[in-house]
Ligand binder design. Structure first.
Ligand code: NDP
Ligand code: MG
Length: 381
């Protein structure tokens, strides 16, 4: 039986991970879970799964939970996330928190030689070099949960990485894929949260609308698969049936297909290299779908994707700035404090003003992350 530490248990990926655990009770047990402040959502989950350790974001939330929960050890903050991730009994850490907050616990879990199922792409964007270097040094597997990266991982099964000619990442286009740039002027939070194919957390849904999600995924793919940016392509594919592809040097292309359901890549990361039934997922009925569409990505229509490529190619601390500015700007948009198009303007401004550091260490990354967020916030004054 695999013992799981699930960071971000109350979120979109977290709840779907728990659905997979419910389905395979003989295979998996929840040893630890972490969430932010959402006590009402968490209490029934704690009662159901009875984890040994529960981690919350802060002391106030811990006090609230202490009054309700008896049988679990309750911890808080970044230290709590680390303690839950490195606990002796834990086999797999599922990192499904939102944002670069997941970085320190990921690094410590790697040092403790835990297998990592990584949904938390911001961790790889902000510090991919540290994460991949640690994983190599400690011989730890990083199993992608993001559907595109899971597809590529599956397409690469048994292949020699030297034979990769290019990675082709598919993009659904997000909620504004049929709008021209001029039409983005007055769009609301509600419009942006209305994704055509996937139901996800708020931040990633906004990232999908701005195409920053695809930009973050390009950087994520660069680190996970060690492929240069010139060999990572993005194409628009409205149906989200092909989750991504690998073209090899002999021009043979491997694609992974399936219904758009995150439980598939979540479960694959938990069972790898094996597979288990996933009866709740809709089978792919290709006759029903009949036609698949592909379009070239328009980089002027989606400047956030171009910014991500540029930051990735520049390397070093540029992607830390890209990620931190984006996280803060998206949060400000969700709070109705800035417009949708302000998001890309604020990120662009931070990137233009940043003096790149070639190989930042963890403390440099955390301080750049913090300063970037503060500067982006200060635009409200
Ligand atoms: P959600 O916003 O739905 O969930 C985020 C989770 O993180 C919640 O459980 C939240 O708790 C928790 N959390 C937030 N801050 C903290 C903190 N300081 N300490 C501990 N826990 C915290 O996000 P998603 O599930 O959509 O996304 C999670 C990650 O997975 C992101 O990196 C995203 O890019 C990636 N991803 C998501 C996909 C999806 O389909 N949703 C697809 C591919 C990747 P609380 O509820 O209390 O706020
Ligand atoms: Mg994805």
């Amino acid at each position: 039986m695999k013992q799981i530490a699930l960071l971000g248990a109350t979120g979109s990926i977290g709840r779907q991970t728990l659905e997979v655990l419910r389905l395979h009770k003989e295979e998996f047990a929840l040893y630890a879970m972490a969430f932010g402040k959402n006590v009402a959502e968490a209490i029934p989950l704690i009662q159901e799964f009875n984890p040994t350790i529960v981690v919350v974001q802060d002391e106030i939330t811990k006090e609230k939970l202490d009054r309700e929960i008896e049988h679990s050890l309750i911890l808080s903050g970044s230290g709590g996330l680390i303690e839950a991730s490195v606990a002796d009994s834990v086999d797999v850490v599922v990192n499904a928190v939102m944002g670069s907050i997941g970085l320190p616990a990921t690094l410590k879990a790697i040092e403790a030689k835990k297998t990592i199922a990584i949904a938390n792409k911001e961790t790889l964007v902000t510090a991919g070099h540290l994460v991949m270097d640690a994983a190599e040094r400690h011989g730890v597997k990083l199993l992608p949960v993001d559907s595109e990266h899971s597809a590529i991982y599956q397409a690469l099964n048994g292949e020699n990485p030297k034979d990769i000619h290019k990675l082709i990442i598919t993009a659904s286009g997000g909620s504004f894929r049929d709008k021209r740039r001029e039409e983005l002027e007055g769009v609301t939070v509600k419009d942006a949260l209305n994704h055509p194919n996937w139901s996800m957390g708020a931040k990633i849904t906004i990232d999908s609308a701005s195409m920053m999600n695809k930009g973050l995924e390009v950087i994520e793919a660069h680190w996970l698969f060690d492929v240069p940016y010139d060999q990572i392509h993005v194409i628009l594919h409205r149906e989200s049936v092909i989750h991504s592809m690998v073209e090899f040097v002999d021009r043979s292309v491997m694609a992974q297909l399936g219904s758009p359901d995150m439980k598939v890549p979540i479960q694959y990361a938990l069972t790898y290299p094996d597979r288990l039934d996933l009866t709740m997922t809709k089978q792919l009925e290709l006759e029903e779908i009949a036609t698949l569409h592909f379009e070239k990505m328009d980089m002027t229509r989606f400047p956030c994707l171009q910014m991500a490529y540029d930051a990735g190619r520049a390397g070093g601390s540029m992607t830390t700035v890209l990620n931190a500015a984006n996280e803060e700007a998206v949060q400000m948009f969700l709070e109705d404090k800035i417009s949708f198009l302000d998001i890309e303007k604020l990120i662009d401004k931070e990137l233009s003003n940043h003096q790149r550091i070639h190989t930042p260490d963890l403390s440099t990354i955390l301080s750049i992350d913090k300063m970037t967020r503060e500067r982006v916030r200060s635009h409200l004054n």
